[in-house]
Design a protein around this ligand. Structure first.
Ligand code: HXC
Ligand code: NAP
Length: 267
């Protein structure tokens, strides 16, 4: 569990529905929300991922009642019915949903000319259509709770990133969805924001996208001189989900140490 940065219980009483919450960056975000007092439903395909992450949070809850509880529910965000079932299971368990975190994503390096229609479509289906499926299924609850959505995007599409056509297209769509829903659902009191992480160390994304020999070169081109840490995304997420951000909507907050401004890309 992370060191305390925020006052205790800043998200006490909230319920978060977190896709991709069993591993990596979004696993960290789920833990941070729980540390801030929220109950969290962790959603992805693999029960192994979810149960391991749930146990860590529930063990912490056992030692400190101010930490929220976690609940695991399997579902593939590409399947609208599975998403609806996961939402229903969360409502059965925690009674409401105030916060949706869309972190589920898939990625691999592939040259554009070698990418198959299904390879392109699979990533768009997970990252973009999956985000839509979850927002759509959670809408009634978010409207009732005057809740909020936080999408995990990227910076790949701000410039051209070789071997990342599929993810760039998908995350550009996630950004469009973020802004559009902020406009359409603001009238219901629903805030919709995104975080765009730069390269974050010790993650599946870094392992897949940044080969060892490229790492040092890439790091030198980050103005703050280091890769991101999962904790950097956790703290941005807790801030955006808290009342400290109650008038922030439609924003895509880049958390990358200044990397994209320098035009430093992979490949
Ligand atoms: C080319 C590939 C490929 C590869 C899969 N495909 N891997 N094409 N190069 N390395 C193609 C397949 O050939 C197939 O197309 C299609 O994609 C679907 O593949 P499946 O294996 O059937 O898909 P599925 O089992 O649904 O798995 C989805 C996945 C997988 C995305 C392919 O890798 C996955 O589950 N990933 C989840 C974890 C992950 O990726 N984490 C990193 C997120 S990081 P054909 O035509 O053959 O049928 C991230 C970082 C962003 O998003 C920015 C970082 C800086
Ligand atoms: P990760 O640990 O692999 O996270 C991806 C998660 O998505 C996994 O928990 C996976 O769980 C889940 N998932 C994949 N396909 C799914 C599906 N169809 N339905 C439901 N869940 C699915 O990778 P990460 O690197 O931490 O990335 C987390 C987020 O940060 C992603 O949105 C990614 O695009 C973004 N990001 C990462 C970086 C980076 O440097 N790592 C940079 C920019 C943006 P299951 O396998 O259990 O389904």
């Amino acid at each position: 569990m992370t060191d305390k940065i925020f006052i205790d219980g800043i998200l006490k009483g909230r319920v978060a529905f977190v896709t991709g919450g069993g591993t990596g960056i979004t696993g960290g975000v789920a833990r941070a929300l729980a540390e801030a007092g929220a109950n969290v439903a962790l959603v992805s395909r693999s029960m192994d991922h979810l149960e391991a992450a749930t146990k860590i949070i529930n063990d912490a809850h056992g030692q400190d009642a101010n930490v929220g509880e976690a609940f695991a529910v399997a579902g593939d965000v590409r399947n609208p019915e599975e998403v609806e079932n996961a939402i229903a299971a969360t409502l059965d368990r925690f009674g409401k949903i105030d916060i949706v975190i869309n972190g589920a994503a898939g990625n691999f390096l592939c040259k554009a000319e070698e990418l198959s229609p299904n390879g392109f479509g699979t990533v768009v289906d997970i990252d973009l259509k999956g985000t839509f499926n979850v927002c759509r299924a959670a809408f009634a609850q978010l409207k009732e709770q005057r809740g909020q959505i936080l999408n995990i995007s990227a910076t790949l599409h701000y410039l051209g990133t070789p071997m990342q056509l599929h993810v760039s297209a998908a995350k550009a769509g996630v950004d469009a969805l973020t802004r559009n829903l902020a406009v359409e659902w603001g009238r219901y009191g629903i805030r919709v924001n995104a975080i765009a992480p730069g390269p974050i160390e010790d993650t599946e994304g870094m392992k897949r996208l940044v080969p060892e020999p490229v790492k040092e070169k890439l790091k030198k081109n980050i103005p703050l001189g280091r890769f991101g840490r999962i904790k950097d995304i956790e703290t941005a997420a807790v801030f955006l989900c808290s009342d400290a951000a109650s008038f922030i909507s439609g924003e895509i907050i880049v958390v990358d140490g200044g990397q994209w401004l320098l035009g430093s890309r992979l490949g």
